[in-house]
Design a protein around this ligand. Sequence first.
Ligand SMILES: Cc1cc2nc3c(=O)[nH]c(=O)nc-3n(C[C@H](O)[C@H](O)[C@H](O)COP(=O)(O)OP(=O)(O)OC[C@H]3O[C@@H](n4cnc5c(N)ncnc54)[C@H](O)[C@@H]3O)c2cc1C
Length: 319
Amino acid sequence: MERAKLAIVGAGPAGIAAGIEAKVAGIEPAVILEKAEHICDTIERLYRPGKRVDAVYRGVEVAPIGICKFETESKEEFLERIKKWVEEYKLDIRLKSEVNYIRRVEEGYEITVNNEPKFLADFVIIAIGIFGQPKKPDYPIPKEVRDKVFFEPPNVCPAGGKVLVVGGGDTAAEVAAFLCPKCEVYISYRRPQFFRINPVNMKILEEKVKEGKIKLLMNTDIEKLEAENDRVKVYYKDGKIDTYDFVYYCLGGSTPKGFLKYIGVEFDLEDRPKVDDYFETNLPGVFLAGDIAVPKGSIQLAFNTAHIIISRIKEKYLK
Ligand SMILES: Cc1cc2nc3c(=O)[nH]c(=O)nc-3n(C[C@H](O)[C@H](O)[C@H](O)COP(=O)(O)OP(=O)(O)OC[C@H]3O[C@@H](n4cnc5c(N)ncnc54)[C@H](O)[C@@H]3O)c2cc1C
């Protein structure tokens, strides 16, 4: 079993920032365990090529408080920045290392990787994000249309067709803008107006709406889907019915509750993992960072949670 002072689970923005903060704070050895074949899997997989990585996300400006910060730039530039940090700070990242279980033993926390106990660590930071599990609607998706209904943003635009994008956040706005040059695009959002789209996306959306390339279906809620002649028939709760070639749900991700509950993290009455002001769980020395630690995550917020946690480990445990 390999011994580490700190084990970080997940090499997304939160995990990488935690590794950097730990290095600078002298908390060593620190190992970052990442289940994918590359770092930043959410960004690699779900951001389409050339996507703007906004420093102000969901309309919320987050001031940097630690070492890691960035300005709005493209997906490729952002990933390049992260790779440079990994080299500069000589982070020890183990790819293809999925953490399945964490349990308290006498010497610290035993960490099971790819179904084998592999590491013993004094502290654990869990930074596994929420996008491994995209949020899905309550109604069933008929199996006949499963190849036409998507829960992740597209990387390639279909050659044409009528498309419904469901959601009211930045991702919905970006997906609609990406699809509209080739497709007839509709956005269904259950509120009367958008309130958490950043100004850049909002401006693009307004332009496309004005040009008639995107049509907004505000105040609409979907009741059910059915298959109809190789297309998706959408029943809205207000009685309207329409048929689309493709449906893209952009509803965000959900906390990986199963994993957290399995390792013994307690949840509050709202079914959110219980953490203190420094993101420490009920398991002493086990912290949550990034999207799983905060209600509405962003990259800068993920960086900041990492800074708070490492400062806390130093202050509380290593003084
Ligand atoms: C389409 C889209 C567009 C977005 N655009 C922006 C934007 O413009 N600006 C912005 O600030 N935010 C944006 N976000 C949100 C942003 O991506 C997240 O807030 C951020 O990635 C959170 O970082 P994280 O490190 O907490 O989690 P993630 O980035 O999700 O990283 C988690 C990592 O943990 C790994 N992992 C998961 N489970 C395990 C396990 N059991 N063992 C080992 N490794 C594991 C995953 O493979 C992944 O690499 C966007 C999100 C999406 C989906």
